[in-house]
Structures are given as C-alpha cells and as structure tokens.
Write a protein that binds this ligand. Structure first.
Ligand SMILES: [Zn+2]
Length: 235
C-alpha cells in the first residue's frame, strides 16, 4: 500500500524492551484532515499517532513504530497504564462528535484493514488488545465512537468480537459481578457495588465498542448480557 511520510516530532523512546502489544484506534475530531495533520505534527501540541488515514483511504506515516507516539494520554487497559509505551496509534479522519460525526467511508475502512493487518504481522498484538481510545480512557474519550464498525474488523481477523448470539445467563449478574467482569475485560472499574462515575463510563465505553446501536451508559439487560458473554468467552 502507498504510505506518505510526514514525520512528527512528537514522540520519545519506548520504555523497557519496547514490546508493542496494543493497537489503539482514534478519530481525529477535527474539521479537516489538514487541521489534524498539522496538529499531530506541531511541537507545541505534544500529540501524535503512528498513522493517520483520511476519508479517501490515504495513509500518512507520522511516527516510527518502534517509537512511543503520544496519542492515548492518561489511560488504562487490563491494569496497565503506560498505553502509549506499548501501543501503535492510528488516527482516522472524522470530524467527531464535536464537529459533525459521520460514518467511516468504505475506502477509509479498507485502508485501515490493510494497514492493521501489516501491524499485526509485525507485533504480537492479541485480538483483545485491538481497541478504541474510549476503551482505555472511558472518562475522557468517546472515539472512534458508535459509528465505527468493530464487527467488520473482527470478521477481517482484526480484533475481538464475542459471539453474542448465545443464551441469556440463567441469573442476571449483580452490579459487583458486572464490575468484576468489566475489569477482567480490561476496563478500569472498581468493585464498589455502586453505579459511580467510573462504572458508568466503563459501561458506556463497552457499549460504544460492543453494542454500538445502543449507547446510553445504562446497565440494561442486554448490556449486562453482552458483558457477561464477553467475560465468559475469555474465562
Ligand atoms: Zn483519540
């Protein structure tokens, strides 16, 4: 695939052995692709990603894969906090919820599939570690959002999509159990037994990824069922 080069200065060294085992997808959340590229390369912004894909499917390479790009910010997945240190970040051009959120076009998705397959061939990234910015920072981020087609990616062998067609659990799980399951899946979530802000954010983040047709942060029967099915399939 054709990849344009536009080096960003916004990176540093990966910690330790520099092992990469997470792939994080974002949307740019800016009005145009040019605005996003300019920001990702501006020293003062101190943000970047390894790649950007515009809506026509053109790919730009910004930071070398063996360097730590600054895309995830304060974040957490499966108890780990230095997500930038162990991840590749891809920005998908989309105005986002602030400037007119819209579908990710076919050409953009096709380019993403090809780019991601290459990344997965170069790094030991398990399916459960192909996730969105909202998954690792539920209190702050919604990207890539409910219009992003995670199921399609999983069909292409990229990421994990549990088989949700299974039966409903005999007994619906209680809140503490749900919190424990969200935690096992990877979300930052304490077993407080209360619907606190962290739990509600984790529920919404789960919906954005695994129940995109219904994202309200409310733990209804179907959301609980899907969380339980995911947890079961990784147990
Ligand atoms: Zn993001």
């Amino acid at each position: 695939m054709q990849i344009a080069e536009r080096p960003s200065p916004n990176f540093d060294a990966r910690p330790g052995e520099g092992r990469v085992d997470i792939l994080i997808l974002h949307y740019t959340g800016m009005r145009t692709a040019k605005d996003a590229l300019d920001r990702l390369c501006a020293p003062a912004a101190r943000v970047s990603a390894h790649y950007l894909i515009d809506e026509e499917g053109a790919v730009t390479h910004l930071v070398a894969e063996d360097k730590r790009a600054w895309h995830a910010g304060i974040s957490s997945w499966r108890g780990r906090n230095d997500i930038n240190g162990a991840s590749i970040g891809i920005e998908l051009v989309n105005p986002g919820h602030e400037f007119g959120y819209r579908r990710f076009p076919e050409s953009q998705m096709a380019a993403l599939e090809e780019l991601a397959k290459g990344i997965l061939s170069r790094h030991p990234i398990p399916p459960r570690h192909v996730i969105g910015h909202s998954d690792v920072a539920p209190l702050r981020k919604q990207d890539p959002g409910e219009l992003f087609d995670w199921q399609r990616l999983a069909r292409a062998g990229i990421g994990f999509w549990p088989d949700f067609t299974g039966q409903t659990a005999v007994k619906p799980p209680g809140l503490r159990e749900i919190q424990s399951m969200l935690n096992e899946i990877g979300y930052l979530c304490r077993q407080s037994g209360a619907l606190d802000a962290v739990t509600t954010a984790a529920i919404l983040a789960f919906q954005l990824h695994f129940r995109p047709e219904h994202c309200d942060g409310v733990l209804d029967t179907e959301t609980a069922r899907r969380i339980a099915i995911y947890a079961q399939q990784i147990a």
